[in-house]
Ligand binder design. Structure first.
Ligand code: NAD
Length: 251
């Protein structure tokens, strides 16, 4: 039931970090995978690293741009076949207090974290609905549940909460047409994104750890089994759910 043999998956923002780890996990379970990222050079390096038993390719996409998303979906379908699994992982953080945040910064975060999920779900979803079959996994965050004190990232928190509701909305619209949509809400996992936050605020790690019952940050590889579960028939009766994986932070 966990097998993804012969299936095709797209993971956005998979040139590095959690996306790369999840792409590798899907490939390990038998899927051909498209590493879809705005950074094509890095995506190509990642794809050649992961290419092996199954086919792993790099494709360029800016998830904020509808025509770019459309041509990415077409390109992947031409090269790997119809898409069975979409992981909407591309996301960015900008830290700044609301009273000092330029509207451009707010819009950048909304564009990647929310428009991006909407656009990829829309265009991959169309194809899945036609086939009456598909699974979408959106990457939210524990920040979509709780505001992490003392962080100042209202735009990030708001978009990640939005991803949860978009997940529920898609699940309800598409449930009787064969397409399941779930989300993962990770806690702090050691990636570049988290290292950047810590570089700006080194004291934050201690506060995070104090608030994490399991007493440590997560490792990217701890997402592997969960994404495979949600992407495969193992989760056949699940849709519209956001699963927390955060060492108990939001408990
Ligand atoms: P990361 O910064 O390491 O990687 C993000 C990737 O997204 C990069 O490869 C980047 O090039 C790509 N990207 C950025 N803008 C894009 C665009 N417009 N179009 C296509 N690709 C784009 O981040 P990460 O830590 O691996 O996080 C991945 C996802 O997980 C994000 O949605 C993030 O919000 C979420 N998340 C991360 C953590 C964590 O602790 N790292 C916790 C909770 C949620």
């Amino acid at each position: 039931r966990f097998s993804l043999d012969g299936e095709t998956a797209i993971v956005t923002g998979a040139a590095q970090g959690l996306g790369k780890e999840m792409a590798d996990a899907l490939a390990e379970m038998g899927a051909d995978v498209a590493i879809a990222d705005v950074n094509l050079e890095k995506a190509e390096r990642t794809a050649s690293e992961l290419d092996g038993e199954t086919e792993v390719i790099a494709v360029e996409v800016d998830v904020t741009d509808e025509s770019s998303v459309e041509s990415m979906v077409e390109d992947v379908t031409d090269r790997l076949g119809p898409i069975d699994v979409l992981v909407n992982n591309a996301g960015i953080v900008e830290n700044s207090p609301v009273e000092e945040t330029p509207i451009e910064s707010w819009r950048r975060v909304v564009a990647v974290n929310l428009d991006g999920v909407f656009l990829c779900a829309k265009h991959v979803g169309r194809q899945m609905l036609e086939r009456g079959e598909g699974r979408i996994v959106n990457i939210s965050s524990m920040s979509g549940f709780d505001v992490n004190v003392p962080q100042k990232q209202a735009s990030y928190n708001t978009t990640k909460a939005g991803v949860r509701m978009l997940t529920q909305s898609l699940a309800v619209e598409w449930g009787d047409r064969g397409v399941r949509v779930n989300a993962i809400a990770p806690g702090y996992m050691r990636t570049d994104l988290v290292d950047e936050v810590l570089a700006e605020n080194p004291d934050m790690e201690e506060t995070w750890l104090e608030n994490t019952p399991l007493g440590r940050l997560g490792q990217p590889e701890e997402l592997r089994d969960l994404v495979v579960y949600l992407a495969s028939d193992a989760s056949a009766y699940m849709t519209g759910t956001t699963v927390n994986i955060d060492g108990g932070y939001t408990a």
